[in-house]
Design a protein around this ligand. Structure first.
Ligand SMILES: *Cc1c(COP(=O)(O)O)cnc(C)c1O
Length: 406
Protein backbone atom coordinates (compact mmCIF):
# COMPACT_ATOMS: atom_id res chain seq x y z
CA UNK A 1 0.00 0.00 0.00
CA UNK A 2 1.31 3.48 -0.82
CA UNK A 3 1.18 6.28 1.74
CA UNK A 4 -1.19 9.17 1.13
CA UNK A 5 0.92 12.22 0.24
CA UNK A 6 1.11 14.89 2.97
CA UNK A 7 -1.75 17.41 2.51
CA UNK A 8 -0.96 21.08 1.99
CA UNK A 9 -2.08 23.77 4.45
CA UNK A 10 -4.96 24.70 2.16
CA UNK A 11 -6.16 21.09 2.02
CA UNK A 12 -5.96 20.79 5.81
CA UNK A 13 -7.74 24.09 6.37
CA UNK A 14 -10.72 22.82 4.39
CA UNK A 15 -10.77 19.58 6.41
CA UNK A 16 -10.68 21.52 9.69
CA UNK A 17 -13.60 23.65 8.62
CA UNK A 18 -15.62 20.61 7.53
CA UNK A 19 -14.74 18.71 10.71
CA UNK A 20 -16.31 21.46 12.79
CA UNK A 21 -19.56 21.01 10.82
CA UNK A 22 -19.39 17.25 11.21
CA UNK A 23 -18.96 17.60 14.99
CA UNK A 24 -22.08 19.71 14.98
CA UNK A 25 -24.04 17.01 13.12
CA UNK A 26 -22.82 14.37 15.61
CA UNK A 27 -23.86 16.55 18.55
CA UNK A 28 -27.35 16.89 17.03
CA UNK A 29 -27.64 13.14 16.43
CA UNK A 30 -27.90 13.77 12.67
CA UNK A 31 -24.71 12.09 11.62
CA UNK A 32 -25.06 9.09 9.24
CA UNK A 33 -22.62 6.25 9.44
CA UNK A 34 -22.82 4.08 6.32
CA UNK A 35 -24.07 0.55 6.85
CA UNK A 36 -22.07 -1.69 4.55
CA UNK A 37 -23.80 -4.77 3.14
CA UNK A 38 -21.50 -7.74 2.67
CA UNK A 39 -24.12 -9.58 0.64
CA UNK A 40 -26.54 -8.95 -2.21
CA UNK A 41 -29.53 -6.75 -1.40
CA UNK A 42 -32.24 -9.19 -0.36
CA UNK A 43 -34.83 -10.21 2.22
CA UNK A 44 -31.82 -11.12 4.36
CA UNK A 45 -28.52 -9.24 4.25
CA UNK A 46 -25.13 -9.54 5.98
CA UNK A 47 -23.86 -6.52 7.90
CA UNK A 48 -20.72 -6.72 10.06
CA UNK A 49 -20.72 -10.48 9.59
CA UNK A 50 -24.26 -10.92 10.90
CA UNK A 51 -27.27 -12.20 8.93
CA UNK A 52 -30.23 -9.83 9.37
CA UNK A 53 -33.84 -9.77 8.19
CA UNK A 54 -33.84 -6.73 5.93
CA UNK A 55 -36.70 -4.23 6.21
CA UNK A 56 -34.72 -1.25 4.89
CA UNK A 57 -34.65 -1.57 1.11
CA UNK A 58 -36.95 -0.31 -1.67
CA UNK A 59 -36.46 -3.62 -3.43
CA UNK A 60 -40.21 -4.38 -3.29
CA UNK A 61 -40.25 -7.39 -5.56
CA UNK A 62 -36.69 -8.69 -5.18
CA UNK A 63 -36.14 -8.08 -8.90
CA UNK A 64 -32.49 -7.08 -8.38
CA UNK A 65 -31.59 -10.77 -8.06
CA UNK A 66 -34.30 -12.18 -10.37
CA UNK A 67 -32.57 -14.61 -12.79
CA UNK A 68 -34.06 -12.90 -15.85
CA UNK A 69 -32.63 -9.51 -14.84
CA UNK A 70 -29.23 -10.91 -13.89
CA UNK A 71 -29.03 -12.85 -17.14
CA UNK A 72 -30.00 -9.75 -19.14
CA UNK A 73 -27.28 -7.72 -17.41
CA UNK A 74 -24.56 -10.33 -18.00
CA UNK A 75 -25.56 -10.96 -21.61
CA UNK A 76 -25.98 -7.24 -22.18
CA UNK A 77 -22.47 -6.44 -20.97
CA UNK A 78 -21.00 -9.24 -23.12
CA UNK A 79 -22.80 -8.13 -26.23
CA UNK A 80 -22.78 -4.34 -25.82
CA UNK A 81 -19.84 -3.56 -23.51
CA UNK A 82 -19.67 -2.03 -20.06
CA UNK A 83 -20.40 1.64 -20.77
CA UNK A 84 -21.56 4.06 -23.47
CA UNK A 85 -18.86 6.73 -23.33
CA UNK A 86 -21.20 9.55 -24.31
CA UNK A 87 -24.28 11.54 -23.40
CA UNK A 88 -27.56 10.55 -25.02
CA UNK A 89 -27.62 13.55 -27.39
CA UNK A 90 -24.12 12.97 -28.81
CA UNK A 91 -23.33 9.27 -29.22
CA UNK A 92 -24.77 7.65 -26.10
CA UNK A 93 -28.15 6.48 -27.41
CA UNK A 94 -28.13 2.82 -28.41
CA UNK A 95 -31.10 0.89 -29.72
CA UNK A 96 -31.48 -0.76 -26.29
CA UNK A 97 -32.02 2.67 -24.67
CA UNK A 98 -34.83 3.45 -27.07
CA UNK A 99 -36.26 -0.04 -26.74
CA UNK A 100 -36.54 0.48 -22.98
CA UNK A 101 -38.35 3.78 -23.57
CA UNK A 102 -40.83 2.17 -25.93
CA UNK A 103 -41.49 -0.55 -23.35
CA UNK A 104 -41.90 1.97 -20.50
CA UNK A 105 -44.36 4.05 -22.53
CA UNK A 106 -46.44 0.95 -23.30
CA UNK A 107 -46.28 -0.15 -19.65
CA UNK A 108 -47.40 3.29 -18.44
CA UNK A 109 -49.92 3.66 -21.31
CA UNK A 110 -48.47 6.94 -22.56
CA UNK A 111 -47.30 7.99 -26.04
CA UNK A 112 -43.64 8.14 -25.10
CA UNK A 113 -41.07 7.90 -22.33
CA UNK A 114 -37.58 9.27 -21.71
CA UNK A 115 -35.02 7.66 -19.39
CA UNK A 116 -32.63 9.59 -17.15
CA UNK A 117 -29.73 8.44 -14.98
CA UNK A 118 -31.86 8.26 -11.83
CA UNK A 119 -35.18 9.26 -10.30
CA UNK A 120 -33.40 12.20 -8.73
CA UNK A 121 -32.10 13.49 -12.05
CA UNK A 122 -35.40 13.03 -13.84
CA UNK A 123 -37.18 15.27 -11.32
CA UNK A 124 -34.44 17.86 -11.35
CA UNK A 125 -34.20 17.72 -15.14
CA UNK A 126 -37.93 17.81 -15.90
CA UNK A 127 -38.85 20.60 -13.48
CA UNK A 128 -35.93 22.82 -14.42
CA UNK A 129 -36.59 22.32 -18.14
CA UNK A 130 -40.37 22.76 -18.19
CA UNK A 131 -40.70 25.75 -15.87
CA UNK A 132 -39.34 29.24 -16.37
CA UNK A 133 -39.97 32.72 -15.11
CA UNK A 134 -43.67 33.44 -15.57
CA UNK A 135 -44.65 29.86 -14.70
CA UNK A 136 -45.70 28.45 -11.35
CA UNK A 137 -45.42 25.10 -9.62
CA UNK A 138 -48.00 23.98 -7.05
CA UNK A 139 -46.39 21.37 -4.81
CA UNK A 140 -47.31 19.13 -1.86
CA UNK A 141 -45.31 20.14 1.24
CA UNK A 142 -44.00 16.60 1.73
CA UNK A 143 -42.86 15.98 -1.84
CA UNK A 144 -39.56 14.14 -2.29
CA UNK A 145 -36.27 16.05 -1.98
CA UNK A 146 -35.57 15.58 -5.71
CA UNK A 147 -38.78 17.50 -6.53
CA UNK A 148 -37.83 20.23 -4.07
CA UNK A 149 -34.38 20.49 -5.65
CA UNK A 150 -35.88 20.60 -9.15
CA UNK A 151 -38.15 23.45 -8.06
CA UNK A 152 -35.16 25.28 -6.57
CA UNK A 153 -33.46 25.26 -9.97
CA UNK A 154 -36.31 27.04 -11.76
CA UNK A 155 -37.10 30.74 -11.82
CA UNK A 156 -40.78 29.81 -11.66
CA UNK A 157 -42.89 30.87 -8.68
CA UNK A 158 -43.88 28.15 -6.22
CA UNK A 159 -46.94 27.67 -4.05
CA UNK A 160 -46.91 24.87 -1.50
CA UNK A 161 -50.05 23.17 -0.20
CA UNK A 162 -50.57 21.17 2.98
CA UNK A 163 -49.79 17.49 2.61
CA UNK A 164 -52.54 15.64 0.66
CA UNK A 165 -55.01 18.44 1.50
CA UNK A 166 -57.41 18.92 -1.45
CA UNK A 167 -58.90 22.15 -0.10
CA UNK A 168 -55.49 23.67 0.33
CA UNK A 169 -54.40 22.44 -3.11
CA UNK A 170 -57.49 24.15 -4.53
CA UNK A 171 -56.56 27.38 -2.71
CA UNK A 172 -53.08 27.19 -4.25
CA UNK A 173 -54.51 26.55 -7.74
CA UNK A 174 -56.98 29.44 -7.46
CA UNK A 175 -54.13 31.72 -6.42
CA UNK A 176 -52.01 30.49 -9.34
CA UNK A 177 -54.80 30.89 -11.88
CA UNK A 178 -55.64 34.41 -10.70
CA UNK A 179 -52.08 35.58 -11.40
CA UNK A 180 -52.21 34.60 -15.08
CA UNK A 181 -49.09 32.46 -15.21
CA UNK A 182 -48.08 30.90 -18.53
CA UNK A 183 -47.80 27.32 -17.21
CA UNK A 184 -49.23 25.91 -13.98
CA UNK A 185 -47.86 22.53 -12.93
CA UNK A 186 -49.19 20.64 -9.92
CA UNK A 187 -46.64 18.16 -8.58
CA UNK A 188 -47.15 15.33 -6.12
CA UNK A 189 -45.56 12.08 -5.06
CA UNK A 190 -47.91 9.18 -5.91
CA UNK A 191 -46.92 7.32 -2.73
CA UNK A 192 -45.08 9.35 -0.10
CA UNK A 193 -41.78 7.73 0.70
CA UNK A 194 -41.59 8.37 4.44
CA UNK A 195 -45.25 7.86 5.43
CA UNK A 196 -46.45 5.35 2.85
CA UNK A 197 -49.70 7.24 2.22
CA UNK A 198 -51.20 7.58 -1.28
CA UNK A 199 -51.83 11.00 -2.85
CA UNK A 200 -55.53 11.82 -3.41
CA UNK A 201 -54.84 11.86 -7.13
CA UNK A 202 -58.41 11.90 -8.52
CA UNK A 203 -59.24 15.02 -6.50
CA UNK A 204 -55.95 16.69 -7.40
CA UNK A 205 -56.40 15.95 -11.13
CA UNK A 206 -59.98 17.24 -11.10
CA UNK A 207 -59.02 20.48 -9.38
CA UNK A 208 -55.95 20.95 -11.57
CA UNK A 209 -58.07 20.51 -14.71
CA UNK A 210 -60.60 23.01 -13.37
CA UNK A 211 -57.89 25.63 -12.86
CA UNK A 212 -55.88 25.11 -16.04
CA UNK A 213 -52.99 23.19 -14.46
CA UNK A 214 -51.11 20.14 -15.70
CA UNK A 215 -50.31 17.34 -13.24
CA UNK A 216 -46.98 15.61 -12.60
CA UNK A 217 -46.95 12.46 -10.43
CA UNK A 218 -43.79 10.90 -9.04
CA UNK A 219 -44.54 7.18 -8.81
CA UNK A 220 -41.14 6.10 -7.47
CA UNK A 221 -42.83 4.06 -4.70
CA UNK A 222 -45.97 3.12 -6.65
CA UNK A 223 -44.50 1.48 -9.75
CA UNK A 224 -44.40 -2.28 -9.26
CA UNK A 225 -46.64 -1.83 -6.22
CA UNK A 226 -49.98 -0.21 -7.18
CA UNK A 227 -52.20 -0.51 -10.26
CA UNK A 228 -52.59 -3.29 -12.83
CA UNK A 229 -49.26 -5.21 -12.96
CA UNK A 230 -47.69 -2.37 -10.94
CA UNK A 231 -48.40 0.42 -13.42
CA UNK A 232 -48.61 2.97 -10.58
CA UNK A 233 -51.09 5.45 -9.11
CA UNK A 234 -52.31 6.85 -12.44
CA UNK A 235 -53.49 3.34 -13.32
CA UNK A 236 -54.63 2.56 -9.75
CA UNK A 237 -57.07 5.50 -9.95
CA UNK A 238 -57.99 5.08 -13.64
CA UNK A 239 -56.52 8.44 -14.65
CA UNK A 240 -54.72 7.49 -17.87
CA UNK A 241 -54.58 10.43 -20.26
CA UNK A 242 -55.16 12.98 -17.48
CA UNK A 243 -51.70 13.02 -15.87
CA UNK A 244 -49.29 14.96 -18.10
CA UNK A 245 -46.06 13.67 -16.55
CA UNK A 246 -45.67 10.22 -15.00
CA UNK A 247 -42.31 10.11 -13.25
CA UNK A 248 -40.82 6.82 -12.13
CA UNK A 249 -37.61 5.27 -10.95
CA UNK A 250 -35.94 2.10 -12.18
CA UNK A 251 -34.10 1.84 -8.85
CA UNK A 252 -36.86 0.62 -6.52
CA UNK A 253 -39.35 -2.12 -7.46
CA UNK A 254 -37.78 -2.36 -10.95
CA UNK A 255 -34.58 -3.41 -9.18
CA UNK A 256 -31.89 -1.73 -11.28
CA UNK A 257 -31.09 2.01 -11.53
CA UNK A 258 -32.45 5.00 -13.44
CA UNK A 259 -35.45 7.28 -13.73
CA UNK A 260 -37.95 8.07 -16.44
CA UNK A 261 -40.80 10.30 -17.44
CA UNK A 262 -43.72 8.76 -19.31
CA UNK A 263 -45.61 11.49 -21.16
CA UNK A 264 -46.56 12.76 -24.61
CA UNK A 265 -44.20 12.66 -27.62
CA UNK A 266 -44.02 16.44 -27.40
CA UNK A 267 -42.83 16.37 -23.79
CA UNK A 268 -40.22 13.74 -24.68
CA UNK A 269 -38.99 15.77 -27.64
CA UNK A 270 -38.86 18.96 -25.57
CA UNK A 271 -36.90 17.31 -22.75
CA UNK A 272 -34.35 15.90 -25.18
CA UNK A 273 -33.64 19.50 -26.23
CA UNK A 274 -33.71 21.11 -22.77
CA UNK A 275 -33.29 18.79 -19.78
CA UNK A 276 -29.78 19.42 -18.47
CA UNK A 277 -29.04 16.03 -16.87
CA UNK A 278 -30.09 14.44 -20.16
CA UNK A 279 -27.84 16.76 -22.17
CA UNK A 280 -24.80 16.88 -19.91
CA UNK A 281 -24.47 13.51 -18.16
CA UNK A 282 -23.66 10.21 -19.85
CA UNK A 283 -26.20 7.52 -20.57
CA UNK A 284 -26.74 4.22 -18.78
CA UNK A 285 -24.59 1.22 -19.55
CA UNK A 286 -26.52 -0.90 -22.06
CA UNK A 287 -26.74 -3.71 -19.49
CA UNK A 288 -28.84 -1.37 -17.33
CA UNK A 289 -31.31 -0.79 -20.16
CA UNK A 290 -31.50 -4.51 -20.90
CA UNK A 291 -32.07 -5.53 -17.29
CA UNK A 292 -34.80 -2.88 -16.98
CA UNK A 293 -36.48 -4.34 -20.08
CA UNK A 294 -36.28 -7.77 -18.41
CA UNK A 295 -37.88 -6.24 -15.30
CA UNK A 296 -40.84 -5.02 -17.37
CA UNK A 297 -41.15 -8.54 -18.81
CA UNK A 298 -41.29 -9.89 -15.25
CA UNK A 299 -43.86 -7.29 -14.13
CA UNK A 300 -46.04 -8.24 -17.10
CA UNK A 301 -45.68 -12.01 -16.71
CA UNK A 302 -45.39 -12.67 -12.94
CA UNK A 303 -48.19 -10.73 -11.22
CA UNK A 304 -47.95 -13.20 -8.30
CA UNK A 305 -44.90 -11.23 -7.10
CA UNK A 306 -47.06 -8.16 -6.48
CA UNK A 307 -49.74 -10.32 -4.83
CA UNK A 308 -47.11 -11.70 -2.47
CA UNK A 309 -45.85 -8.19 -1.72
CA UNK A 310 -49.35 -7.17 -0.63
CA UNK A 311 -49.95 -10.37 1.37
CA UNK A 312 -46.72 -9.74 3.26
CA UNK A 313 -47.63 -6.09 3.70
CA UNK A 314 -51.02 -6.92 5.22
CA UNK A 315 -49.51 -9.55 7.52
CA UNK A 316 -46.75 -7.28 8.79
CA UNK A 317 -48.90 -4.16 9.22
CA UNK A 318 -51.53 -6.12 11.10
CA UNK A 319 -48.83 -7.60 13.34
CA UNK A 320 -47.40 -4.18 14.16
CA UNK A 321 -50.76 -2.64 14.94
CA UNK A 322 -51.85 -5.63 17.07
CA UNK A 323 -48.68 -5.12 19.08
CA UNK A 324 -49.77 -1.51 19.65
CA UNK A 325 -47.29 0.39 17.48
CA UNK A 326 -48.26 3.70 15.87
CA UNK A 327 -47.78 3.18 12.11
CA UNK A 328 -49.06 6.58 11.04
CA UNK A 329 -51.05 7.04 7.82
CA UNK A 330 -49.49 4.24 5.77
CA UNK A 331 -51.56 2.53 3.04
CA UNK A 332 -48.71 0.75 1.25
CA UNK A 333 -45.74 -1.56 1.96
CA UNK A 334 -43.89 1.47 3.44
CA UNK A 335 -44.75 1.22 7.13
CA UNK A 336 -43.24 3.75 9.52
CA UNK A 337 -43.04 2.85 13.20
CA UNK A 338 -43.41 6.25 14.82
CA UNK A 339 -41.00 7.04 17.67
CA UNK A 340 -41.13 10.83 18.18
CA UNK A 341 -37.60 11.84 19.14
CA UNK A 342 -34.68 10.87 16.90
CA UNK A 343 -32.84 9.27 19.85
CA UNK A 344 -35.73 6.81 20.42
CA UNK A 345 -35.82 5.84 16.75
CA UNK A 346 -32.08 5.21 16.81
CA UNK A 347 -32.41 3.10 19.97
CA UNK A 348 -35.23 1.08 18.42
CA UNK A 349 -33.18 0.48 15.28
CA UNK A 350 -30.18 -0.59 17.40
CA UNK A 351 -32.27 -2.98 19.54
CA UNK A 352 -33.77 -4.49 16.37
CA UNK A 353 -30.30 -4.97 14.93
CA UNK A 354 -29.25 -6.86 18.10
CA UNK A 355 -32.31 -9.05 17.54
CA UNK A 356 -31.44 -9.80 13.91
CA UNK A 357 -33.55 -7.18 12.12
CA UNK A 358 -32.24 -4.38 9.88
CA UNK A 359 -34.66 -1.44 9.96
CA UNK A 360 -33.22 2.05 9.67
CA UNK A 361 -34.09 5.00 11.89
CA UNK A 362 -35.07 8.13 9.98
CA UNK A 363 -34.99 11.59 11.52
CA UNK A 364 -34.77 15.27 10.66
CA UNK A 365 -34.30 16.63 8.00
CA UNK A 366 -35.70 13.64 6.05
CA UNK A 367 -38.83 13.82 8.23
CA UNK A 368 -40.05 16.75 10.40
CA UNK A 369 -38.56 17.29 13.88
CA UNK A 370 -40.37 15.21 16.52
CA UNK A 371 -41.56 12.72 13.87
CA UNK A 372 -38.58 10.39 13.89
CA UNK A 373 -39.38 6.82 13.02
CA UNK A 374 -38.06 3.44 12.08
CA UNK A 375 -39.18 2.94 8.49
CA UNK A 376 -39.93 -0.58 7.34
CA UNK A 377 -40.57 -1.92 3.86
CA UNK A 378 -41.50 -5.57 3.45
CA UNK A 379 -40.88 -7.21 0.10
CA UNK A 380 -42.42 -10.03 -1.92
CA UNK A 381 -39.43 -12.21 -1.06
CA UNK A 382 -39.77 -12.20 2.75
CA UNK A 383 -41.03 -15.50 4.15
CA UNK A 384 -43.87 -15.59 6.67
CA UNK A 385 -41.42 -16.95 9.22
CA UNK A 386 -39.04 -14.02 8.69
CA UNK A 387 -41.85 -11.52 9.16
CA UNK A 388 -42.98 -13.25 12.36
CA UNK A 389 -39.43 -13.21 13.71
CA UNK A 390 -39.20 -9.52 12.82
CA UNK A 391 -42.49 -8.88 14.67
CA UNK A 392 -41.12 -10.69 17.74
CA UNK A 393 -38.06 -8.45 17.64
CA UNK A 394 -40.29 -5.35 17.36
CA UNK A 395 -42.43 -6.56 20.29
CA UNK A 396 -39.41 -7.05 22.49
CA UNK A 397 -37.63 -3.82 21.51
CA UNK A 398 -40.83 -1.74 21.56
CA UNK A 399 -41.67 -3.03 25.03
CA UNK A 400 -38.23 -2.04 26.32
CA UNK A 401 -38.63 1.49 24.93
CA UNK A 402 -42.24 1.95 26.10
CA UNK A 403 -43.52 2.42 22.54
CA UNK A 404 -46.49 0.05 22.69
CA UNK A 405 -49.95 1.57 23.13
CA UNK A 406 -52.75 0.07 25.20
C1 LIG B 1 -36.40 7.39 -4.35
C2 LIG B 1 -37.17 8.50 -4.93
C3 LIG B 1 -36.64 9.27 -5.97
C4 LIG B 1 -35.23 9.10 -6.45
O1 LIG B 1 -35.08 7.96 -7.22
P1 LIG B 1 -33.61 7.41 -7.51
O2 LIG B 1 -33.79 6.55 -8.70
O3 LIG B 1 -33.17 6.68 -6.29
O4 LIG B 1 -32.74 8.60 -7.77
C5 LIG B 1 -37.44 10.25 -6.54
N1 LIG B 1 -38.69 10.46 -6.09
C6 LIG B 1 -39.22 9.75 -5.07
C7 LIG B 1 -40.62 10.04 -4.62
C8 LIG B 1 -38.48 8.76 -4.46
O5 LIG B 1 -39.00 8.07 -3.44
Amino acid sequence: MTDTPRPSDAVRALDRSLSADLDHLRAEGLYHALRVLESPQGHEVTIAGKRLINLSSNNYLGLNTHPRLVEAAVEGARKWGAGTGAVRTIAGTQSVHEELEVRLAAFKRTEAALVFQSGYTVNVGVLSALLEEGDVVVSDKLNHASIIDGIRLTKADRILYEHCDLDDAERALVQAQAKGYRRILLVTDGVFSMDGDIAPLPGLVERAEHHGAAVMVDDAHATGVLGDHGRGTTDHFGLHGRVALNIGTLSKAVGVVGGYVAASRTVRDYLIQRARPFLFSSSHPPAVALSCIAAIDVLESEPELIERLWQNTRHFKQGLSELGFDTGASQTPITPVMCGEAAIATQLSDLLMERGVFAQAIGFPTVPLGKARVRTIVTATHTGDELDRALDAFADAGHRLGLLRG
